[in-house]
Design a protein around this ligand. Structure first.
Ligand SMILES: [Zn+2]
Length: 476
């Protein structure tokens, strides 16, 4: 990024593409081309990425990664004395190549409200949840196709430049916005189809069973949304219902909708820090079990926020793991620490968020972390860069070891992809893995170039990153 915080438009500032085109065929060793001078080469399928450092391999060694049909065909040590012959070659120049990043949970329709001049009057005064709901509701009443597309496009473009190749994007459906957000989300999904997988979640932020008409309008619109082509997920926020009975009705109704239309299911759940209130997660598992999810669907269930679970004892966690495993359900949790730290506190002013690395390490629970909101009253701080949230995790979770940092990286990469039902690639890159990568560019001083995953997590690089999807260098 530059001094004003802008993400650079050009990628490959450090890595270079060699295009062995016909005019160069006479030269045995063509000089590398600067990518920004030859943008057309960026859309071309790579055959090999040469001279890359790889996670979990000695940082003194460089590797050549060949790509075929969008997957890793081979990984071999780089031989400096043996010229690599390939018509489409990316020279990583010793930079670290990792699996690409993923937003497991991001709100596409309400991003950049604090930056967009159209909503400049909606200033944060109180900075609490009630105000965030009020400001966002007010903004939603003025959403139009133009600003939804402009803000959403900006989010996807910036995310790609940070190394994101897939995301679960929430778009709200209710009587205020009708299908405006959904239509824009579906249009952006199509617009970016060859660069980033934008999974669309039709999302009921408003109650399904409370409110003026008992949620009838939202339910009617959600049914229609679930029938729309391109909608991958249905989601809701049971915690906004007026009482526990309606919360459970919300959970059961949406689960039935997901099963009927063979969609993934996403609940934003237990978003509070009130220890005296029972968590609804148990009811979610019970409902999924009663409705025979494991026999009726191969889709996944994702539970976001769940701050109430921060009060869980070791016995509670073990019980949660055992209950999920006994029901054989593909459930993942997504922690959203940036939002939770800003928005959630106990009456004593303690903060709480899901202890993601602990859930993974000690209990083997599937989990990831995500950005959640960018530029709105729910989370005014932060960017589209998932790495900044993973880096925040070092302090939030006291996760400073090498193993911890690798878990944090996976939480915004392979684990995040798995959490939303996509193939997740681990840090131990293997032949046959998807060729979806992010390469972290070099710094001014060679010794500051990130050599391993922990260096990336401790201090996310601001220099240009190179994003590769299905073996193709992509730009935002
Ligand atoms: Zn959210």
């Amino acid at each position: 990024m530059d001094a004003e915080g802008n993400v650079p438009n050009t990628q490959l500032n450090n890595a270079k593409v060699v295009a062995n085109s016909s005019r160069r065929r006479t030269s045995p060793s063509p000089a590398p081309l600067e990518a920004h001078e030859h943008r057309e080469s960026l859309d071309t399928q790579l055959q090999i990425i040469t001279r890359a450092k790889l996670p979990n391999r000695p940082s003194s060694e460089l590797w050549d990664v060949s790509v075929s049909d969008g997957k890793i065909a081979s990984i071999s040590p780089h031989e400096p004395l043996t010229p690599v012959s390939a018509t489409r070659l990316l020279d990583a120049k010793g930079s670290l190549l990792c699996p690409s990043l993923c937003h497991a949970h991001i709100h596409l329709d309400k991003c950049f409200l604090l930056q967009d001049p159209k909503f400049a009057d909606l200033e944060i005064v109180d900075g609490d949840f009630q105000e965030a709901m009020k400001l966002t509701t007010s903004a939603k009443s003025r959403f139009g196709r133009e600003d939804l597309m402009r803000r959403g496009r900006q989010l996807v473009q910036e995310s790609i430049r940070y190394g994101v190749t897939s995301m679960r994007a929430f778009v709200e459906v209710d009587g205020d916005v009708d299908f405006k957000c959904l239509d824009a989300g579906l249009a952006l999904k199509e617009e970016f189809a060859d660069r980033c997988e934008v999974q669309i979640c039709a999302f009921a932020q408003l109650p399904l069973f409370s409110g003026p008409d008992g949620g009838a309008t939202v339910r009617r619109l959600m049914v229609q949304a679930a029938e729309r082509e391109g909608v991958d997920v249905v989601g809701s926020t049971p915690y906004v219902e007026s009482d526990g009975v309606k919360e459970n009705m919300n959970i059961r109704w949406l689960t039935t909708l997901a099963l009927r239309h063979f969609k993934h299911l996403d609940f934003h759940l237990d978003y509070h820090l009130n220890e005296s209130k029972d968590p609804t997660v148990w009811n979610v598992i019970r409902t999924l079990d009663h409705l025979h999810w494991k026999h009726r669907s191969s889709r996944v269930i994702t539970l976001g926020h769940c701050t109430r679970l921060a009060f869980f004892s070791p016995d509670d966690w073990a019980s949660l793991r055992d209950t999920i495993s006994a029901a054989n359900l593909p459930i993942s949790f997504v922690g959203l620490p940036t939002s939770d730290l800003f928005m959630m506190r106990t009456p004593q002013n303690y903060r709480g968020t899901l202890p993601i690395p602990q859930m993974i390490k000690e209990y083997g629970i599937n989990a990831a972390i995500a950005v959640n909101n960018v530029g709105n009253a729910f989370t005014p701080q932060g960017s589209c860069d998932p790495l900044t949230v993973a880096s925040l995790g070092v302090g939030v979770y006291q996760a400073g070891t090498k193993q911890d940092s690798e878990i944090l990286f996976e939480c915004i990469s392979g684990r995040a992809k798995s959490a939303i039902g996509l193939p997740g690639t681990g840090l131990d890159l293997q032949e046959g893995d998807l060729a979806d990568f992010v390469i972290f560019g070099q710094e001014d001083s060679e010794w500051r170039a990130r050599k391993c995953v922990s260096e990336v997590i401790y201090d996310p690089p601001c220099q240009a990153r190179t994003t590769i999807r299905s073996g193709r260098v992509i730009s935002g």
